[in-house]
Design a protein around this ligand. Structure first.
Ligand SMILES: [Zn+2]
Ligand SMILES: [Zn+2]
Length: 316
């Protein structure tokens, strides 16, 4: 298996990872240790990182879930900081999104809304590049035998992205409505990234029930947007050097299947919030305020209520 630091295969092909290993959800002491000492931090940040009842422990995985198949030791805040991860700075301070191929309005998340999501979440400048057509001279493709849909070879896309990494980019994320595969022997992949080279590519194709021949629910647009926001913030967080969260119920939890992704919240736990705040240096109150506005516009009622609850505690 490739090192998670050099190459993150963000979802395994179907049929792999079937060895069930024991994962015991950490208890409160271990969760607190993962957050690390907060005494020397400003009062508001200390409150933001207190593991109160707003943060649920990670649930025990079922047999087909990520932690049943992947023995992940977890990454405490202190381990994260000691890993000297990439951090945005004055020269490389923007997150870039590169749409690849078509984003038909009726079946795709809005690019403008995805940009707003990332801007609120990371409190950084987010720029969307002009859409890039899929050049089949440069990107290998194949038709998947079961879905009959075209797939793009993810490493070819990453090679293109590396060439166009803007000088002021913290990272460049390719996003596409087409399905991806990481190598010919694999079935598919949701996305792939190189932390060292600060590029990644993610597909939203499998978040549409129609992809699997299922009917779209009435709230389909909200469902697709929520799934797309989750993958966007999860994968962007990997670019900051965050490894999967094994402590709390958190958007940085690994996911092996769509049911597990849907169950995951869109929010960060205290361990992962601390890591991102350490890297991006944002004001936690301003961030929750921006997220509350974004969630309200997006129709994510549960996340609006949660952000308000957090703001109430931080501002009191
Ligand atoms: Zn991941
Ligand atoms: Zn977390």
């Amino acid at each position: 298996m490739k090192s998670p630091l050099s190459l993150l295969a963000v979802a395994l092909a179907l049929g792999s990872g079937d060895t069930v290993m024991g994962f015991e959800p950490p208890g409160p002491v271990e969760r607190r240790l993962a957050i690390g000492p907060t005494k020397s931090l400003p009062e508001v940040l200390r409150r933001a990182l207190a593991p109160d009842e707003d943060f649920l422990p990670i649930p025990a995985p079922s047999a087909i879930d990520w932690l049943a198949a992947h023995a992940e030791p977890g990454q405490t805040f202190e381990q994260f900081a000691a890993s000297t991860p990439n951090r945005p700075d004055a020269q490389r301070g923007a997150i870039y999104l590169q749409p690849l191929g078509e984003f038909p309005a009726s079946q795709s998340p809005s690019l403008g809304t995805l940009r707003e999501c990332a801007a609120a979440y990371f409190q950084m400048e987010v720029k969307t590049l002009a859409p890039m057509a899929v050049d089949t001279n440069k990107v290998s493709t194949r038709v998947h035998p079961a879905t009959k849909k075209r797939q793009l070879l993810a490493p070819d896309v990453m090679a293109l992205l590396k060439q166009e990494l803007p000088a002021d980019a913290f990272c460049l994320l390719g996003i596409t409505m087409e399905d991806l595969y990481p190598e010919p022997s694999w079935n598919f992949v949701f996305g792939q990234a190189s932390l060292r080279e600060r590029v990644g590519v993610y597909s939203f194709a499998r978040y549409d029930p129609v992809f699997f021949g299922q009917a779209r629910p009435d709230d389909y647009q909200t469902l697709l947007l929520r799934r797309s926001c989750k993958v966007l913030v999860h994968e962007t967080a990997h670019m900051f050097g965050l490894q999967h969260c094994v402590y709390f119920d958190c958007v940085i939890n690994g996911s092996n299947n769509l049911r597990e992704s849907d169950r995951r919240p869109l929010r960060l736990c205290p361990v992962c919030l601390r890591k991102l705040q350490y890297s991006a240096g944002f004001d936690v109150i301003k961030r929750y305020e921006a997220l509350e506005r974004f969630y309200l516009a997006a129709g994510f009622g549960d996340e609006v209520r949660w952000a308000r609850k957090r703001l109430g505690k931080l501002k009191s």
